[in-house]
Design a protein around this ligand. Structure first.
Ligand SMILES: Cc1cc2nc3c(=O)[nH]c(=O)nc-3n(C[C@H](O)[C@H](O)[C@H](O)COP(=O)(O)OP(=O)(O)OC[C@H]3O[C@@H](n4cnc5c(N)ncnc54)[C@H](O)[C@@H]3O)c2cc1C
Length: 399
């Protein structure tokens, strides 16, 4: 196992760092450090412009193959890009669902026409996507999706409700998992449709979160329409497509997010030094544990990358989500304990939450979205360790 970066990797790292230093300036300077967890709703117009700027310079979709307009970077270089992006405090990416989930799914399952239509605007940052999977009774048990779609002439007509749809308010398109054969067993009756969000028959109701903001929404489809050709994969074959999208959700971009974590941990250390919390031996131990946890995360990422063939991740990658989500949630709690009584108060009117307070509240969600911790354990047991499958009442696999 070779955990070192090559000379070419280091040259690439310097190139990324130089570009970001030169361009996160002027009108984009206020975006530094913004738009992250619990802060997704801010500076939307400016971050849309930033997406286009990244796209123009070829810094979106860096892992996509060159034939589809990407940079064709190796996994190692993708991680370097994400690390440098975090080091430069690049803003939360509005385009990440299109780039990391929908784009790779279209490349794997889409028709030639779908690739021509949908990939370029993701690269240029012109079209933003959201993920329409979860419903009130279909979260971990995704096969229970009840939103229905029926064919009417050359269109699909969609009725039903999605929930927890991140970024629905600012998205142009949604990939929607829906039921297209009420008679078939649950996961064999689902199809994967690409649906334009800006139409009268779609109502978006933002859900107020405990941060006070609304990052996700309920989405109601009341006779919403999309063209017949916007079906990805086969009719009633959406389950395989949906599972592939979820596999991409656990991919390389999550490995690079550790520098964001590093920035947050450094802020916790600074606050502990400033208010003397680090004089408490138990607190000191917890701070050291957090630091060690982050180092382990990094070494694990490097191990995962150096073991693969440079293009696909091995089964070790299956522990990534469980590990980072649990570490990050613990960091949120540690941040509050370091702040002590100050964690309960705001600096003054208009009583906005401080970064660490938002961090604490948002990290409660880390062990839920993109597959809960319990579901991650099931995935590790079944797919990495080969243990017997858990019985499933609805027949499908989990999220
Ligand atoms: C911040 C945030 C953003 C999100 N964004 C999106 C989005 O953009 N698009 C989207 O479609 N969804 C999104 N979600 C929804 C998310 O995918 C679901 O919340 C998640 O899959 C869990 O489903 P659920 O909430 O219905 O909980 P449930 O599935 O009802 O689970 C409840 C509890 O039971 C446990 N459990 C369930 N089944 C099992 C089992 N078989 N074995 C052991 N334990 C089990 C779970 O681990 C959990 O603790 C988001 C969620 C959050 C918090």
């Amino acid at each position: 196992m070779d955990l070192r970066f090559s000379e070419a990797d280091e040259i690439f790292r310097a190139e990324v760092a130089r570009w970001l230093a030169a361009n996160l300036t002027g009108e984009f300077a206020p975006l530094r450090g913004r738009g992250g967890p619990g802060d997704e709703h801010v500076l939307l117009a400016e971050r849309r412009a930033w997406e286009r700027k990244l796209g123009e310079a070829g810094w979106t979709c860096v892992g996509w193959p060159i034939e589809y307009g990407g940079r064709g970077l190796s996994l190692m270089q993708q991680v370097i890009f994400f690390e440098e992006y975090a080091r430069a405090q690049g803003p939360g990416r509005l385009g990440h669902i299109g780039e990391t989930l929908l784009g790779p799914t279209i490349m794997a399952f889409g028709t030639a026409a779908q690739k021509r239509r949908f990939l370029p605007p993701i690269i240029t940052g012109e079209e933003l996507w959201c993920q329409g999977y979860s419903e009130p009774n279909a979260g971990s048990d995704l096969a229970n999706v009840q939103t229905k779609a029926r064919r009417e002439g050359d269109q699909w007509v969609i009725d039903g409700q999605k929930i927890w749809t991140s970024g629905a308010q600012w998205s142009d398109w949604c990939f929607v998992l829906c039921r297209t054969d009420p008679a078939a067993p649950s996961h064999k009756a689902l199809s994967y449709l690409l649906v334009p969000m800006r139409q009268q028959a779609i109502e978006i109701r933002p859900i107020r979160q405990m941060t006070g903001e609304s990052e996700f929404s309920e989405v109601f489809f009341d006779g919403a329409r999309t063209a017949a050709e916007n079906l990805v994969g086969e009719v009633n074959g959406g389950w395989a497509v949906a599972m592939a999208t979820l596999a991409f959700e656990r991919g390389a971009s999550t490995l690079g997010q550790q520098l964001n974590f590093h920035n947050e941990l450094r802020e916790v250390f600074e606050r502990a030094r400033a208010n003397g919390a680090n004089n408490d031996p138990i607190m000191r131990q917890r701070l050291a544990e957090a630091w060690m946890g982050l180092r382990i995360m990094r070494f694990n990422a490097l191990r995962t990358l150096s073991q693969g063939d440079g293009t696909a991740l091995g089964r070790e990658a299956l522990i990534t989500k469980l590990y980072w989500a649990t570490w990050h949630r613990t960091l949120g709690k540690l941040a509050m304990d370091v702040l002590g009584a100050d964690s309960e108060i705001a600096a003054g009117a208009p009583y906005a939450l401080a970064r660490l307070q938002r961090l604490f509240l948002f990290t409660r969600a880390d062990t839920i979205y993109a597959g809960t911790n319990q579901i991650q354990r099931n995935i590790i047991a079944e797919r990495a360790l080969g243990l017997p499958r858990e019985p499933r009442p609805t027949g499908g696999t989990q999220r």
